[in-house]
Design a protein around this ligand. Structure first.
Ligand code: GLU
Length: 624
């Protein structure tokens, strides 16, 4: 199933233009008549246009580096490093700033996964800050009691209380700082609070994401007020301030557990059970089941990374509840066995696509929240299993998709082992989220992916708090089947694809990276690694190169430039390469990577996207 942005229907009622400063003029704009604008403030003169801050996609230097999708966020992270904070302090500060400037992709209402290399001990730690299902959630939560049928994914399920999980991001920040940071939460949140108070300059991406969500935001009094002030879309070049979020950050700094105890969990539970819909909205908005006790029970889990050997690297990533670490790792093992070193580019790509399809088959069959399901992590990542899966790849002919899963528990590394069950290929993960990467002067490195799931999350802003609630529970399988590792269960975390990843050589990080993009996160990380290490690209080239994603589906979805270059050539192997996006969405981009390569003598190459999502921002403390 695919997602589509909701189409604009109906006019919005007037709201006070409290959030965009300076206010928008009361002229006909964006299809909303001036009569709908009621605030006297909105009758002021046309706002001065500002330029969004400049950004660079690659920065090379020493002393510390930050890379994210946003210039304000990267700058804030770098400021923390400059003032002597470490990579963890800077990562939380950058993440909090992204909650201001990328509120539709990330924020305190969502969750994420953080990988941390600790230079002093030489160890890698991870935090699973995934959202969690309420204890009261029934197995048929995604079935409409009115009809007995599953809720339509659009718009019902994504814009609902029922898809909201307990947010994990505040707990992730607090846990990371307490364990490995050097600054208190309040200090680290301060720059982002200031940014929220003052506002950031609206760019085209923010405006178009708001437009895509217009009908959803208009369905809630709180969201309409924040994101559609005066009934309008925020204009490019104006400042978008969010004083409510500034207040939330300040309060969180004073009370690091405020999301899990007291008034806020009570308020969020109320909002989820009775979403603050606007009068006259046509959206159905199914209510949810969160209660304050669910928040009290929440924990960000500090756990060991997944680990696999690839070439002379140790590749570390996120263990379940994410499927990122095992799927990236398994595919690399398959590729290792297939051998790519002297292969022509077309053969490298063919093998990349096949390895990815096979690893995705195993992902569907075995991956879920490991506290509920026995996930064979070690076996999935064994080279023996990778070797066995590699036997299925024909160097000249693409396998018919979907391919069946293997049986990692009985892998003996030999060809001819029968396959396991055929996986259910039901991919409905969103394409939102954001990834940031930080390195400091002491050698600590953070790779952190955070999300609220769909762009715009559930569409519901918590009134007076300035942030959107996630709709992460839509990452569960939508139908309930006993053997499905990702079926909905009370207290469980939905399976993720987030893949914050690091490569270490001789125990020291050489590359850290990650991406948004739902299940294409996995293929994006994989493709960048293949580009970098098997095709001889530099990191900026590896990131910029056109992408293709094979997730065990009959077709390979690819960006336009990839289609143009490779469709015919890969077609000869039997790959059906089709443009990414579909009839509902024009979004053809796959992923939005950030990464840092760590060279000899402290040299850092920080890389963001040159173009995707409007381009990202890489900064270093002492440029070369
Ligand atoms: N919910 C997705 C996941 O956990 C991420 C969504 C996205 O990247 O947009 O894998």
């Amino acid at each position: 199933m695919r997602r589509r942005p909701l189409l604009l229907t109906g006019l919005l009622a007037g709201t006070l233009a409290l959030s965009v400063v300076p206010p928008a003029p009361a002229t006909v704009a964006d299809g909303v008549p001036a009569a709908a604008v009621t605030s006297p403030a909105t009758a002021a003169a046309a706002p001065a246009r500002e330029k969004p801050p400049r950004k660079k996609a690659t920065a090379v230097g020493r002393g510390g580096a930050v890379t994210s999708v946003d210039a304000d966020a990267s700058r804030i992270g770098l400021g923390v490093l400059r003032r002597g904070g470490n990579a963890v302090d800077a990562a939380v500060a950058t993440g909090a700033a992204l909650g201001v400037t990328e509120p539709y992709s990330a924020g305190v209402g969502g969750g994420g996964y953080l990988v941390y290399y600790d230079a002093r001990s030489g160890r890698v730690h991870t935090i699973d800050g995934r959202e969690t299902a309420p204890r009261a959630i029934p197995r048929d939560a995604f079935v409409d009691p009115g009809t007995g049928e599953p809720y339509p994914f659009f718009p019902d399920l994504v814009t609902s209380g029922v898809s909201v999980g307990v947010p994990g991001t505040p707990a992730t920040w607090n846990t990371a700082l307490r364990r490995w940071g050097t600054r208190p939460l309040a200090a680290v949140l301060r720059p982002a609070a200031r940014l929220a108070q003052r506002g950031f300059v609206v760019d085209r991406t923010f405006r178009s994401q708001t437009a895509d969500n217009r009908e959803r935001f208009a369905a809630f009094t709180s969201s309409r007020r924040l994101f559609l002030p005066g009934g309008r879309l925020p204009r490019v070049g104006t400042r978008f301030a969010n004083p409510d979020l500034a207040r939330t950050y300040r309060a969180l700094g004073r009370h690091p557990r405020m999301f899990y105890r007291g008034a806020l969990p009570r308020q969020i539970s109320r909002v989820v059970q009775r979403p603050p819909t606007t009068r006259g909205t046509d959206l159905p908005v199914p209510p949810g089941y969160l209660r304050p006790g669910d928040f009290r029970r929440y924990e960000a889990l500090v756990q060991r990374p997944t680990k696999t050997r690839y070439r002379d690297f140790d590749v570390v990533g996120m263990a379940p509840s994410s499927s990122g670490g095992t799927t990236v790792g398994e595919a690399l093992n398959i590729l290792e066995r297939l051998g790519l070193r002297d292969a022509a580019p077309r053969d490298v790509l063919h093998r990349y696509l096949e390895a990815s399809a096979l690893a995705f088959a195993d992902r569907s069959a075995y991956l879920g929240d490991a506290r509920f399901v026995d996930v064979p992590v070690r076996q999935l990542l064994s080279q023996r299993f990778g070797d066995e899966r590699a036997c299925r790849v024909d160097p000249r002919r693409a396998l018919r998709k979907p391919v069946a899963a293997g049986d990692p528990r009985r892998a003996d590394g030999r060809c001819g082992t029968p396959s396991g069950r055929a996986p259910a290929a039901d991919d409905h993960e969103g394409l939102s989220t954001t990834h940031l990467t930080v390195a400091d002067r002491w050698g600590n490195v953070v790779s952190y992916t955070l999300t609220i799931e769909q762009t715009g999350g559930s569409g519901i802003v918590v009134p007076g708090r300035g942030f959107l609630l996630n709709n992460e529970l839509t990452d569960f399988s939508l139908t309930y089947e006993r053997g499905d590792p990702n079926r909905i269960q009370p207290g469980k975390r939905p399976r993720s694809s987030m893949s914050p990843t690091m490569l270490l050589r001789d125990g020291r990080p050489v590359l850290a990276l990650g991406s948004p993009g739902g299940s294409t996160i996995i293929t994006t990380v994989l493709q960048v690694l293949v580009n970098r290490y098997e095709r001889g690209f530099t990191l900026p080239q590896a990131v910029a190169a056109p992408r293709a994603s094979q997730r065990n589906e009959p077709e390979v979805s690819a960006e336009p430039a990839f289609v143009q270059r490779w469709k015919r050539i890969l077609g000869r192997y039997g790959h059906r390469v089709v443009p990414s996006g579909d009839q509902f969405t024009s979004e053809a981009e796959i992923g939005a990577v950030t990464g840092i390569e760590l060279g000899p003598r402290g040299l850092m190459t920080a890389v963001a996207e040159p173009r995707r999502r409007g381009g990202g921002s890489a900064v270093v403390l002492r440029p070369r």
